[in-house]
Structure formats: structure tokens, C-alpha cells
Design a protein around this ligand. Structure first.
Ligand SMILES: NC(=O)C1=CN([C@@H]2O[C@H](COP(=O)(O)OP(=O)(O)OC[C@H]3O[C@@H](n4cnc5c(N)ncnc54)[C@H](O)[C@@H]3O)[C@@H](O)[C@H]2O)C=CC1
Ligand SMILES: O=C(CO)COP(=O)(O)O
Length: 352
């Protein structure tokens, strides 16, 4: 970066050091990690997490530890937690929304009277609401109104790595360019690079579908099919995501960027992925209800898989891998049958 640009961006970031309070909706691993990332670089600011569980609040406030989701990490002193939405929202200048997609509507409906109409909501949740087929960029405005400022933050970013301060690159997507730049400056740090884009749909659909593809990658791992199969599967999955995302209006640069290819690679190959882990266990022959019952963390791809079938129909695209995941998840076929069916599809010419 040229020095002149460095100093310009420094000036802008100094402005955001005046952010005194950020509220985090949801006290799981990613809400905590992103809140901590902000708290570390702005020690004079306050990060307040809004949780449902008073015992977890007590641990966060007294032991400075999220004992349920990230028990191996100490939280900075300027991170606190409350179960009171009024207390959490009072004076907040940004809200990070990290409640799982399927619970977002009910959660926001419950607190919407307390959310100021000018408060920017930064959604980090990745998935599609099953009941409506909507992305977060549709769900949030449908509850809070179209005028609520919103940004969608996505990209390859495991919560634990963010907690460890490892270098991470993400994308802030908003139709409001100035707001996307504010969020870029808010999160940018020596550990975190943040790109901006106006391609909200691209960022959101890639972030949602990569979770479904990661389940497929886990299945290949669990069935021990080997690296040839894994590479073929991930390449096919990338094509399917590109076909659907393009029809939905996503830009090519988004699909090949951090929130597309970047997050596909992380989630399909990274052992920290919950979606991939669900796939590994399915591939090893475990039943989905048992897998879900034994995990306290959300794997958004399980719910999103169900919606993919409708999207394939609506946008008239064939998505053999992604729809096979849906069939395995809903118990129609086993993981072995899915592999057999995909391998026995007609041989084809490469498609653009
Ligand atoms: N963990 C990660 O590495 C990353 C997660 N994400 C996304 O962030 C979102 C949140 O994920 P995590 O924090 O990892 O999940 P998590 O499973 O660690 O925690 C989920 C949190 O949501 C809360 N919650 C669940 N149902 C709720 C309800 N009805 N009302 C209010 N709160 C509720 C839980 O109590 C918990 O605090 C997901 O959409 C995920 O895809 C995005 C990037 C990375
Ligand atoms: O979205 C993620 C990383 O970018 C996290 O993936 P999992 O939800 O599969 O753990």
C-alpha cells in the first residue's frame, strides 16, 4: 500500500475509534470471536453481548470466559454480557447479529421495539431461512423494515482462529457503500483485512451454499473415498454454486473471492468446520438426529440443504451434489447411495 493511502486509511480508522459501544446478538462462538476482535483493538470501547443464559452471562462477566462455546480463551475486560436487551442496546452504535439463521426472525421480532431505526446491523450469520426461502438480507429487513441500515459480513473465518488473532480476510457487503466502508474500518486490524462490495446477494448465497458443500466434503472424508474424489467433488460443488449464484445475480468476482471460493476452501478442507464434521459423521454411518443431538453448535448447512432443492427448481439449474446432500440429510438416501448415484450420472461435456 502507498504511504499516502496508508495515512488516509489511518485517519479514517481513527474516526471509528470513537465507537464507544457495540452490541452482539447471540453469545455463540462467532459472535464472541467478532466481539473480541473489536474489543482488542478498541480498548476504550465496550462490547456487550446479548444472551439468553444468565449463567453464561455470569461466567463472561466474572471469569472473562465464554465457558460454553470458547472455554480455552480469555475475553478482554471490555467485553461483558447481559440478558437484558434494553441494557445491551442502550447507546450501541453498531450491532453484530450472530444468531443462527433459523432463529433470527423470532429473535429480532422479540426485541425490535428496542432497536433504533438508525442502528446498523452487521449480520455474520450464513444460511437460508427454511420457512421462507429467504437470505438474511431479506429476513432482517422483513422484520426491522427496509430502512434499517444493514451489512453482511462473510468469508473464511473460523471463530477459533479469529480468537487466536490469526490473519483473516473477510468481506463486508452492503448496498450502502459508505456503511460498508464504516464496517471495513471498524473491523480492520493487523489481524483482519476487510474488503467491501455491494454484491450482497453474491456474498450471502455463496456463504450459505458453501455450508451444504462442506457437508458433502465431510461425507467423502467419512467414507474414506480419497483425495481424487475430494478434489472432484469440491470442483463440481464450486461449479454448482457458480451456476446458481450467477442466476441469482451474484458477480463473478464475489464467487471467486473470499466469501465464495475462499470460504468453500476453508469449510470443505478445514477440520474446524461444524458442517464438514456433520458430513464426516454421516459418511461414517451415524444418523443425523444423533449427530445433531450430540452437538451444541449450529451447522447451518443442514437446514440450508432443504432449501437448495427449491432454488434449483426455481432457477432451473441442475445441482447434483448439493441436492444429493439434501437427500442424505432428509434421510431419503444413504451417503453411499448418494455417491453411487452421482458416479452413475450420464457422462457430460464440461459446462461453462
Ligand atoms: N463459528 C464460526 O466459525 C462461524 C460462524 N458463522 C455463522 O455465525 C452464525 C452463528 O454461529 P456460531 O456463533 O458459530 O453458532 P453457535 O452454535 O456457536 O452459537 C449460536 C448462538 O446463538 C444462540 N441462539 C440459538 N438459538 C437462539 C434463539 N432462538 N434466540 C437467541 N439466540 C439463539 C445460542 O444460544 C448461541 O449463543 C451462524 O450462522 C454461522 O454460520 C460465520 C462464520 C464463522
Ligand atoms: O463459516 C465458517 C467459516 O467461514 C464456519 O463454518 P462451520 O459453520 O462449518 O463451522
Amino acid at each position: 500500500m502507498r504511504w499516502s493511502r496508508y495515512f488516509r486509511s489511518k485517519e479514517e480508522s481513527d474516526g471509528l475509534e470513537r465507537v464507544e459501544k457495540v452490541v452482539v446478538f447471540g453469545g455463540g462462538s462467532f459472535g464472541t470471536a467478532m466481539g473480541v476482535s473489536l474489543a482488542r483493538q478498541n480498548k476504550a470501547g465496550q462490547v456487550t453481548m446479548l444472551l439468553r443464559d444468565p449463567y453464561l452471562c455470569k461466567d463472561i462477566n466474572e471469569q472473562h470466559c465464554n465457558t460454553r462455546y470458547l472455554k480455552d480463551y480469555e475475553l478482554p475486560p471490555n467485553v461483558n454480557a447481559t440478558t437484558s436487551a434494553a441494557e445491551a442496546l442502550a447507546g450501541a452504535q453498531f450491532a453484530i447479529h450472530a444468531v443462527p439463521v433459523q432463529h433470527t426472525r423470532a429473535f429480532l421480532q422479540g426485541i425490535k421495539e428496542l432497536i433504533p431505526p438508525t442502528l446498523p446491523i452487521i449480520s455474520v450469520s450464513k444460511g437460508i431461512e427454511v420457512t421462507s426461502g429467504q437470505l438474511m438480507s431479506e429476513v432482517i429487513p422483513s422484520v426491522l423494515g427496509k430502512k434499517q441500515p444493514t451489512v453482511y459480513l462473510s468469508g473464511p473465518s473460523f471463530a477459533k482462529e479469529v480468537m487466536m488473532g490469526r490473519p483473516t480476510g473477510i468481506v463486508a457487503a452492503s448496498k450502502d457503500k459508505a456503511l460498508a466502508r464504516s464496517v471495513q474500518r471498524l473491523f480492520a486490524s493487523p489481524d483482519m483485512r476487510v474488503n467491501t462490495t455491494t454484491d450482497v446477494i453474491g456474498v450471502e448465497i455463496c456463504g450459505s451454499l458453501k455450508n451444504v458443500l462442506a457437508i458433502a466434503a465431510g461425507i467423502v472424508e467419512g467414507l474414506d473415498l480419497g483425495p481424487n474424489a475430494m478434489a472432484a467433488l469440491v470442483a463440481q460443488g464450486c461449479s454448482e454454486i457458480r451456476w446458481l449464484a450467477t442466476k441469482m445475480g451474484a458477480k463473478a468476482a464475489t464467487i471467486s473471492g473470499l466469501s465464495g471460493l475462499g470460504d468453500i476452501m476453508l469449510t470443505c478442507y478445514g477440520s474446524l468446520s461444524r458442517n464438514r464434521t456433520v458430513g464426516v459423521r454421516l459418511g461414517r454411518g451415524e444418523r443425523l438426529p444423533d449427530i445433531l443431538a450430540s452437538s451444541s453448535q449450529v451447522a447451518e448447512g443442514v437446514a440450508t440443504a432443504a432449501v437448495v432443492v427449491n432454488l434449483a427448481r426455481k432457477y432451473r439449474v441442475q445441482l447434483p451434489v448439493l441436492t444429493a446432500v439434501a437427500q442424505v440429510v432428509d434421510g431419503h438416501i444413504t451417503a453411499e447411495q448418494a455417491v453411487f448415484e452421482i458416479m452413475n450420472l450420464p457422462q457430460i461435456e464440461e459446462r461453462p
